[in-house]
Design a binder for this molecule. Structure first.
Ligand code: SF4
Length: 487
């Protein structure tokens, strides 16, 4: 077996340094009032505390957990006593009269609290709030905020630390304005017969660990016509494979006055005569629609490769990363994609040692990767980036522990890579040859796997498409011999 190949590089999506490890109720309404402690271990405090009182179904339980998590993200600590709290949240239920009476009784006791500590913010959410706010305001004037359970953003009205986060996005500049001034920004970079073409700059997501939106601004898409012109020029100049680039490449077109979707651009680029291969990276799981996968499956130039960062396999960690999807969403997207493209290869990104990540949460990531069986995993040990939200939290996982988790996932990926690549022995795969490596020609399959090709010394394969029969497999790359004339 060849020696281990771990390639240092920067993640395209976020700015954590990574190394590639690769081939290369409705439930019964419980009428028990609760002061449960929800969510992950508290993050470094901002000196403020919150208290949540929940009654009702499991949906209310879940909503309360989300409120707790939001407040903990911005440095609040949970307290079991409303008397110590800066914010008291009541999550109400009206499905039975007895539950509604309990909420009313609790609100009455909070009126007394508000008289003695007027600075305490009282918040009411849950079923009692929907469509009744005027009446509620008259009945409970000591409540500072009523919010519908579907509208968590309103919490920012009484939690300035949350409002600031949303303001961060609004304040981000557009660093690129190609559509506005009619100019085309600098072209992508080219290496032999492959080229990278930026199609969207910036990012609107504000993941809690990522500096990209602060450095590169809000999403700004290049116009379709400018991208097509650039690819046409590249193809006329001998480029055979183009990768469309963006931090969230599948948000392309969302910022146009008349919103467009990436599929429109993919169809236009695919139709350029002479282009052999088309790729795009990096995608955000929130924008991976069925239509996008259907188009990938149908367009002949689009390679069967998906770069879909997940970052963690635990929903609490994902929530604190502000990734806006769950583990199940990511897995379901993979399942759909593979149902449309059985040969699809998948790469993903993982951060280990995120603040507060418990061993159980890490093991969820392990189990998810074991289930997902990606061809490639970009692993990063968490490190705080000044200016981001998570940099305000304690970096509480010791470096040695981050390193251990990193190694555990490396080992897992080594096993998965071996299993995947050994199944390719004897198969024939198309390789676009990009150069020579230790006497062998090397290139990438449509699935983006590194393939070394054994041929006679005097054969020049540079820039050619070659069908290669796989004769040897490692966890990180394949070796094979030409099985047909290069083209
Ligand atoms: S989606 Fe998140 S991780 Fe990716 S660039 Fe945007 S803020 Fe960073």
């Amino acid at each position: 077996m060849a020696s281990r190949s771990i390639i240092p590089l920067r993640a395209v999506e976020g700015e954590q340094t990574v190394r590639v490890v690769a081939p290369e109720s409705g439930a019964p309404h419980a009428e028990t009032a609760m002061s449960a402690v929800h969510g992950p271990a508290p993050l470094p405090a901002n000196g403020k505390q919150f208290h949540i009182w929940t009654i009702g179904c499991q949906m209310n339980e879940a909503d309360s957990a989300k409120v707790a998590s939001l407040l903990q993200e911005v440095g609040y600590r949970q307290t079991a006593s409303e008397d110590d709290a800066d914010i008291v949240v009541l999550n109400s239920c009206v499905v039975r009269q007895s539950a509604e009476d309990k909420v009313a009784g609790k609100l009455g006791s909070l009126a007394r609290l508000k008289r003695t500590r007027p600075e305490t913010r009282i918040v009411l959410t849950g079923c009692m709030v929907t469509n009744q706010q005027e009446q509620l305001r008259k009945r409970f004037p000591h409540v500072d905020l009523f919010f519908d359970p579907s509208d968590f953003d309103r919490l920012g009205l009484v939690v300035p630390e949350l409002a600031r986060l949303e303001d961060d996005l609004a304040a981000l500049p557009h660093y690129y304005a190609p559509a506005a001034d009619g100019l085309e920004p600098a072209e992508g970079y080219r290496k032999g017969v492959t080229a990278y073409v930026p199609i969207i700059y910036g990012c609107n997501f504000l993941c809690s660990y990522c500096i990209v939106p602060y450095r590169r601004g809000r999403e700004t898409s290049r116009p379709l016509a400018a991208i097509v012109r650039e690819v046409e020029r590249l193809v006329a100049d001998g480029v055979r494979e183009v990768t469309l680039l963006g931090q969230t490449v599948n948000a392309w077109g969302h910022d146009f006055a008349a919103k467009q979707e990436l599929v429109t651009l993919l169809r236009a680029v695919d139709a350029i005569p002479g282009l052999d291969r088309l790729r795009y990276l990096t995608s955000h799981p929130m924008y991976m629609t069925d239509e996008l996968f259907d188009v990938m499956a149908d367009l002949p130039t689009l390679c069967e490769h998906l770069n879909l960062p997940v970052q963690a396999g635990d929903d609490t960690v994902l929530h604190r990363m502000r990734r806006r999807y769950t583990r199940d969403h990511w897995l379901e997207r993979l399942q759909y994609a593979r149902s449309r493209m059985p040969d699809l290869t998948v790469a993903t990104d993982i951060i280990v040692g995120f603040p507060g990540e418990t061993e159980e949460q890490f093991l969820q990531t392990y189990a998810m990767l074991d289930q997902a069986r990606c061809e490639k995993v970009h692993l990063a040990m968490y490190s705080p980036r000044p200016g981001t939200l998570s940099a305000r939290w304690e970096d509480d996982i010791p470096h040695a522990e981050k390193h251990r988790r990193h190694q555990v996932l490396e080992k897992l990926q080594e096993r998965i890579g071996t299993e995947i690549n050994e199944r390719r022995l004897g198969s024939v795969t198309e390789v676009l040859v990009e150069g020579k490596n230790k006497g062998r020609w090397s290139g990438r399959s449509r699935g983006n796997t590194l393939v070394h090709v054994d041929v006679r010394e005097d054969t020049d394969l540079l820039g050619k498409l070659v069908d290669v029969r796989i004769t040897s497999a490692t966890p990180w790359f394949l070796i094979g011999e030409a099985a047909g004339a290069p083209r």
